[in-house]
Write a protein that binds this ligand. Structure first.
Ligand SMILES: Nc1ncnc2c1ncn2[C@@H]1O[C@H](COP(=O)(O)OP(=O)(O)O)[C@@H](O)[C@H]1O
Ligand SMILES: C[C@@](O)(CCOP(=O)(O)O)CC(=O)O
Ligand SMILES: [Mg+2]
Length: 379
């Protein structure tokens, strides 16, 4: 069952992409190359076939995680339940989607899948969702469940609504393997891109999205989404009368933010709009600290940027990893450069980017970013 978020959340895409290359082979092997996490593995197709139930049609339910298949895969990979190991989670998610998508066809194809991402892994920017979305789109397309879109004329194309919904659902199963109990908001934003409103499992894209410039900072403090989300749940169970009002307040922040963003696209954005967004960022960062997902490195990020008049908050499940800093249109270039330098002096990675980007797409090799093509061409 999908865990519904009963409060409103706004999720925003970033222009950092994950690239997947799928090659059909005749090696009778399934190979996966994951250079970001230094993982390169292969299995005999015959060995993987043994994991399928007698009737392949029993698999392939996109709405439920098949606990028995997950158990068999854990045995194959040699991990215990509740593992937090980066490689094991990535492999389990891949094999789970591969077997489920191809089970119905009765034939498991030999193929090589290589994935490389510009997103830092495990840093609160939704790399797990981007990875799962790419796996779902590529494997569904290779199995013929969704069409392969590219023609000679087109180097980049997007699937239609029905196919996107299917990609999103399979990506959600990947997220469930990696996160434990995800809401589905990250895979939705990876699939559709832009800015999404998420409420009780219902996803509504914001029609128009203002151009917002941000600094993106990676404190490089390692953290685990699975552990952080479980920690918030524990706090909710332990202190419902204390934490529930905080979540209500977070909900109100999302609603006020949505209203402000909509005003910014209907009229010309004013300094007052930016003042409101800055206050919402500060309030939300305090909420997240109350929920126990802050970190001293994130406090430093907020303090250092505030000294330059800029407002920051953590991203994703928090606990370390990344934060964003809102830049105002009138923020001077020298202020931005000095802030970036201050943050680099703290040992953090920091760069300027903007919010809102396309969701999942199919590319011909020509339309791949050069760096991605170069990395993936090695496998
Ligand atoms: N480029 C990638 N290659 C392989 N696995 C990845 C990649 N990006 C993400 N993952 C998987 O996602 C996990 C990180 O997910 P998570 O803890 O939710 O952090 P986040 O989604 O914030 O980056 C990694 O441990 C790995 O299993
Ligand atoms: C905290 C959460 O909203 C997003 C987690 O994102 P990330 O894996 O920390 O990038 C969890 C969820 O919605 O399932
Ligand atoms: Mg994640």
């Amino acid at each position: 069952m999908r865990r519904p978020l009963t409060r409103v959340a706004l999720a925003v895409s970033l222009n950092l992409r994950t690239y997947l290359r799928l090659q059909a082979t005749s090696t009778s092997k399934v190979c996966i190359n994951l250079p970001n996490i230094n993982t390169f593995l292969s299995w005999d197709v015959t060995k993987l076939k043994q994991l399928l139930p007698d009737s392949g049609a029993e698999l392939g339910n996109v709405n439920e995680l098949d606990a028995e298949l997950v158990r068999r895969l854990r045995d194959l990979v040699g991990v215990s339940n509740g593992t937090l190991d980066t490689r094991s989670m990535a492999i389990l998610a891949f094999l789970y989607i591969y077997l489920s998508v191809f089970a119905g066809s009765g034939e498991l194809p030999s193929l090589t899948v290589s994935v490389w991402s510009e997103l830092p892994t495990g840093a609160g920017l939704g790399s797990s969702a981007a990875y799962s979305v790419c796996l779902a789109a590529a494997l569904l397309s290779a199995s013929g469940t969704i069409p392969s879109l590219l023609s000679d004329q087109e180097s980049t194309a997007r699937w239609g609504e029905v196919e996107m919904e299917l990609i999103n659902r399979w990506a959600f199963q990947g997220e469930r393997i990696i996160h434990g109990n995800p809401s589905g908001v990250d895979n939705a934003v990876g699939t559709w891109g832009g800015i999404l409103r998420y409420h009780s499992g219902k996803i509504t894209p914001l029609n128009r999205v203002p151009m917002l410039r941000i600094l993106l900072t990676n404190t490089k403090v390692p953290r685990s989404t699975k552990v952080l989300v479980a920690g918030v749940k524990d706090k909710m169970n332990k202190f419902p009368s204390i934490i529930n009002p905080v979540l209500e307040s977070v909900n109100a922040v999302s609603c006020t933010c949505e209203q402000t963003l909509s005003e910014m696209t209907n009229d010309t954005p004013t300094p007052e709009h930016y003042n409101i967004l800055e206050e919402l960022i500060d309030i939300n960062q305090h909420h997240l600290n109350v929920m126990g997902v802050g970190h001293p490195a994130l406090d430093t990020l907020c303090r250092v940027t505030l000294a330059r008049g800029l407002h920051s908050k953590l991203t994703g499940a928090g606990g370390g990893g990344c934060g964003i800093t809102l830049l105002r249109p009138e923020t001077e270039c020298s202020v931005i450069q000095n802030t970036i330098q201050d943050l680099r002096d703290c040992g953090y990675d920091c760069w300027e980017t903007s919010v809102g980007a396309e969701g999942v797409q199919q590319h011909s090799p020509l339309a791949f970013k050069e760096e991605a093509l170069e990395v993936l061409a090695r496998y």
